[in-house]
Design a protein. Structure first.
Length: 213
């Protein structure tokens, strides 16, 4: 059905929860917010940092400082507190070998996404890795997907694959179909209500879905 697949990164391809939540905790502690557990801070995984810090009541004029504190730890330590989910690499290799076009569309800064995927020897599996820009000109999922489409001749209609409502809504904003995965950080019911065609519960489910005739 679909020969062009756009993958989210955090929560879809890799489990980045440890690194992200520890970096968020550090940033919030700077503002005297020390009562949150790492589990509670998992809500930062997926959406743009600016939006998440705003929801945690960081004043608008201090959000850039919070993001800088997050990145200070994340870009040196946190990005490697991370690991691919089970069977992700094997399934990506199989899809690539069968002629599928694979891309990454993430709200994580593009340079960081590339570095992480290189660290896990996964970067070569993708036709292009697209992410947010540090200057905030491209940061939400729809912006990233649009940038990817503008810079690639995908041919067939792409399918977005992600673990949160942001992936589903980003695809829907551009008229693209999407599916959700249940092993990440979002809610399956939210993704279905937002328009996901289906929810995958394993990489084998995902493979069977995209390769069905």
């Amino acid at each position: 059905m679909y020969k062009v697949l756009l993958f989210d990164l955090d929560g879809t391809l890799t489990d980045s929860s440890e690194g992200i939540t520890k970096c968020v905790s550090r940033a919030l502690a700077h503002f005297g917010m020390t009562d949150y557990s790492l589990e509670q801070l998992r809500v930062f995984i997926g959406p743009p940092l600016k939006d998440s810090f705003h929801k945690f009541h960081i004043p608008d004029d201090q959000i850039e400082e919070a993001i800088a504190l997050f990145r200070e730890r994340y870009l040196t330590v946190g990005k490697f507190e991370n690991k691919p989910f089970p069977h992700v690499i094997e399934t990506l290799k199989q899809l690539k070998n069968e002629g599928y076009k694979l891309y990454v569309a993430t709200s994580k800064p593009e340079e960081t996404a590339i570095e992480i995927l290189k660290h896990f020897h996964m970067d070569h599996l993708f036709d292009q890795i697209c992410g947010a820009s540090f200057d905030h000109s491209r940061e939400n999922k729809a912006d990233v997907i649009q940038y990817l489409l503008d810079h690639n001749e995908t041919g067939d209609q792409p399918l977005m694959i992600g673990d949160t409502i942001y992936d589903i809504k980003g695809a829907r904003a551009l008229g693209l179909p999407s599916i959700g995965v249940s092993w990440g950080f979002g809610e399956s019911e939210e993704m279905k209500e937002a328009g996901a065609l289906a929810i995958m519960h394993s990489m084998d489910d995902l493979y069977q879905f995209v390769t069905q005739e």
